[in-house]
Design a binder for this molecule. Structure first.
Ligand SMILES: Nc1ncnc2c1ncn2[C@@H]1O[C@@H]2COP(=O)(O)O[C@H]2[C@H]1O
Length: 847
């Protein structure tokens, strides 16, 4: 093998290893069933994979979803048949399990050898590295005091040329069954599979054959990638490949030679080397482009400008790599080619211009497929409009098309973020944590043996189910005079929610739910269920909120339910929603934060909480709230408010409830808001690019309500606004909610520090955080825009008025030196906010 080839293979391998370790953070098993046997295999496929699930096949490319998938070189990925090589590491010389594995391999025509300790194993791997790397290594993990299997797996993975080796850990059945997430520690250490000890040779035979095939496939993929890297090395074009963060991972020899880089250089930001239009296109989400690039040479002061062709690669919707291929001019390459293109003055997005011959051919082929999405049509129309248009119009349209091609069409960048960052770090912390997932620290060092880093404040999912089924299933609703009087005001915006909390001894949801859902909105009629079932449902839902949470408890659920009920009474919604849709909205509100642990999704991801593993770090809490709502509802006929619905209606209600609960995820805040504004507010033609921040007044246009998908936007907006309506309530309520959420944030920070986890909102430290300033930021950046849009839609100006006046009040408190929880409590006391003690009403239980 040539020295350069070796270097590039090593580079690729390092790069694959890095990718693998990144993936470990995010691609764990989606379900418990998978975690025991199916998933390790699937994961093994993924560890070094360039592909390859059916939905990733090239067909995706033609649907014009962005970014485009790689043109996967499947022809390169083949695995020549080769005899199976097994290495067993068993401390016990006479192990019957080891004997069974070895005899299975011999039966399958392969070769097996066994070693007794980690040192021997690592020595053998290093010694035989180029000649005899086994396909499968089986490690005895049953006696940690004799052999530390996890340590050995890590060491094996750290050895050259072992990415494709299939690692199996052998455990005792009792250990395997003891902990459903126990396999995670093994997977993290680098094992592909955890297997219960067996002396059955047939079982071993099946196991090693599968493992061999997986190892061979993985080896073939690595070899194919190395071949592509070697091809790149032999090109005269300058090639660089970056990751999604625009850090250069791989460069070819021409790149290194011309720019003075070394092949083995680690990841570096592309902007250190390149600039110009090509970089702009690459970083704004274009899929395929040709544009000039400026490249900086280390040895020369002046940059060079070259034509560059590029592509954004991604096997899924997200970009994984960006490829730059820069064409050296005659004087700059090794040898002149004589047919070099001149650098284009303007940029050319290959896919947006129909004059490209190749593309026309493939388009012609694709036109027969029924795959055209509206966005494809829009892009085609815009591209057609460039024909014969003046250059400034072409440039405008090209820019618009670039933007349309990004997958983040509705996620505006926070233009004011810099200002916010400079002005107020507390607001930056809060808004950053609410709006982005980047707070999740993917590089956290895993705390070994502590896969179950549960918040001490949360109860486990399963235990909540049991609790809710066994307790209080037969509650009779008795209201005292005071409570009845209070519930009579349930449809006013200054409803005394905290008084309800007191009067019901922390069980406001069942009482308010019964009054609103059972009473005013007659959810029972809409769902064809009886009131007793509704009461049982409300009770179970309420029981599964954590009373210990200061904010995310059933009082918050009741508050959101009350806000949704209030909104539903507005003419616009009264005339819009069917009874069953109103019922779905109320159900979503009541259940939208069920089993909330009092910590954020980012916290759960950082702590590798089972829910984060289950939901792959995506919409963790919201997915859990929605799933648990249905689990609890369907589990028990006495609770099942949907039991009488026909199949179609049930499906509709389920769809609405899930959609609304998921809409409460704050990372999608601007996406939902932008969709709502774009659909229901007409923009003047002279407005700025994104319409959201234009100074032009927007005028309400409700004609789009005739389309059901737009009604969905209204429902999402309704629950979103209800969810954070606390900041648009009269001052005394807003203040108490702010105190409660701040306390919960502080507790999260305390817990993060205690457990040595990354701190999601470092400014939210109880000793130093200014609560008024957090509220000013929250209202300025989250509340005002949203409430303005919603208030105009449902004709409820007080939403904005309260938000503004609360903002003003927090500013005054800030100026007066109010900072901590104690300060806020003092102000509350001074204002006599808290209601005087009241006699409590008992919802009585009968069994
Ligand atoms: N008054 C407030 N101040 C700061 N953050 C808030 C306030 N009200 C709601 N939030 C945040 O907004 C989020 C909305 O979704 P969650 O209920 O999951 O969690 C909520 C809090 O994190």
């Amino acid at each position: 093998m040539l020295a350069g080839e070796e270097a590039s293979i090593e580079l690729v391998q390092r790069w694959l290893q890095r990718r693998d370790s990144d993936e470990l953070e995010t691609e764990e098993n989606p379900s418990k069933e998978c975690s025991s046997s199916g998933s390790p295999g699937a994961r093994a496929g993924r560890r070094s994979s360039l592909a390859l699930t059916p939905e990733d096949e090239p067909l995706v490319d033609v649907t014009n979803r962005s970014p485009p998938p790689a043109n996967i070189p499947t022809a390169l990925i083949y695995s020549p048949p080769e005899p199976l090589e097994l290495l067993c590491v068993f401390p016990e010389r006479t192990s019957r399990v080891c004997a069974a594995a070895c005899s299975a391999v011999e039966r399958a025509g392969g070769e097996a050898r066994s070693l007794r300790c980690a040192r021997e194993t690592l020595d053998a791997l290093r010694r035989d590295n180029d000649t005899r790397v086994p396909h499968v290594i089986v490690v005895d993990a049953r006696q940690p005091q004799q052999l530390d299997a996890l340590l050995l797996a890590r060491a094996i993975r750290g050895t050259k040329n072992t990415q494709h080796v299939y690692l199996i850990a052998i455990v005792k059945k009792s250990a395997y069954l003891k902990d459903e997430f126990g396999v995670l520690a093994y997977l993290e250490a680098g094992f592909n599979r955890v297997m219960v000890e067996t002396v059955n040779t047939t079982a071993w035979c099946a196991e090693v054959l599968q493992a061999r095939s997986s190892a061979a496939c993985s080896r073939a993929q690595i070899a194919a990638t190395a071949a592509l890297a070697a091809a790149a090395d032999r090109c005269r074009d300058l090639v660089a490949i970056t990751d999604d963060q625009q850090r250069i991972l791989l460069t070819n020899k021409s790149w290194c030679r011309m720019l003075g880089w070394r092949l083995e250089e680690g990841p570096r930001p592309i902007h250190e080397a390149a600039g110009g239009e090509a970089l702009r296109l690459a970083t704004t989400g274009a899929r395929d482009w040709e544009a000039p690039v400026t490249l900086r040479r280390r040895a020369a002061p002046d940059p060079i400008m070259l034509p560059c062709r590029g592509a954004t690669i991604g096997l899924t919707k997200t970009t994984s790599h960006i490829v730059f291929v820069c064409e050296p001019s005659a004087g700059e390459g090794d040898r002149g080619r004589g047919s070099l293109h001149s650098i284009r003055r303007g940029s050319l997005d290959v896919r947006s211009v129909a004059s490209d011959g190749l593309r026309r051919t493939s388009l012609a082929k694709l036109q027969g497929l029924p795959l055209e999405a509206p966005i494809t049509k829009v892009i085609s129309l815009l591209s057609a409009a460039t024909e014969g248009a003046p250059p400034s119009t072409v440039a405008c349209i090209e820019r618009a098309v670039d933007m349309l091609r990004t997958s983040e069409l509705y996620s505006p960048q926070m233009r004011d973020e810099t200002k916010l960052r400079v002005e107020d770090p507390i607001a930056t912390d809060l808004i950053g944590a609410l709006l982005s997932r980047e707070q999740v620290n993917q590089n956290l060092v895993y705390m070994q043996g502590n896969a179950n880093v549960l918040s001490s404040r949360r109860s486990s999912n399963d235990s909540t189910v049991v609790r809710s089924q066994t307790n209080r299933t037969n509650i009779k609703h008795k209201t005292t005079g005071q409570l009845r009087e209070l519930l009579d005001t349930a449809l006013s915006w200054d409803f005394e929610i905290f008084r309800l909390e007191d009067l019901t001894r922390g069980r406001p949801l069942a009482h308010l739910g019964l009054a609103l859902m059972g009473g005013r909105f007659d959810v029972c009629a809409a769902l064809e269920c009886d009131e007793r079932t509704l009461l049982h449902w409300l009770t179970v839902i309420e029981t599964n909120y954590h009373a210990v949470n200061t904010y995310h408890n059933s009082t918050h659920a009741a508050d959101v339910l009350q806000a949704v009920a209030y909104f539903l009474e507005k003419d616009r919604l009264k005339n819009l929603l069917e009874p069953v849709e109103a019922a779905a909205a109320l159900i979503s509100a009541a259940a939208h934060d069920i089993d909330h642990p009092g910590t954020s999704s980012a916290f759960l991801c950082n702590a590798r909480h089972p829910l984060a593993i289950l939901y792959n770090d995506v919409s963790v809490l919201e997915s859990h709230h929605a799933a648990l709502t249905f689990k609890l509802t369907l589990n028990d006929d006495r609770v099942n408010i949907f039991k009488n619905l026909d199949r179609d209606t049930y499906k509709t209600v389920r769809h609405h409830v899930i959609d609304m609960i998921l809409a409460t995820e704050m990372t999608k805040h601007f996406e939902h808001l932008a969709k709502f504004v774009n659909v229901f507010y007409a923009k003047s033609s002279g407005s700025k690019e994104d319409g959201m921040h234009t100074d032009e007044p927007l005028s309400l246009d409700t004609t789009a309500l005739s389309q059901p998908e737009n009604v969905l936007l209204v429902k999402r907006m309704m629950i979103k606004c209800a969810d954070v309506s606390n900041a648009s309530r009269p001052q005394k309520f807003a203040m108490e909610w702010a105190r409660r959420i701040a306390e919960e944030y502080f507790l999260q920070t305390d817990e993060e520090k205690a457990k040595d986890l990354p701190v999601v909102m470092p400014m939210f430290d109880r000793a130093t955080c200014s609560i008024p300033r957090s509220q000013i930021g929250f209202i300025d950046y989250i509340i005002i825009d949203m409430m303005e849009a919603w208030a105009a839609f449902i004709d409820m100006p007080e939403l904005v008025n309260h938000a503004r006046s609360n903002n003003q009040h927090w500013r005054e408190l800030d100026e007066a030196g109010v900072t901590t929880l104690a300060d806020v409590k003092r102000v509350q006391r001074q204002n006599a906010i808290q209601a005087p003690p009241t006699t409590t009403a008992e919802p009585t239980t009968e069994e």
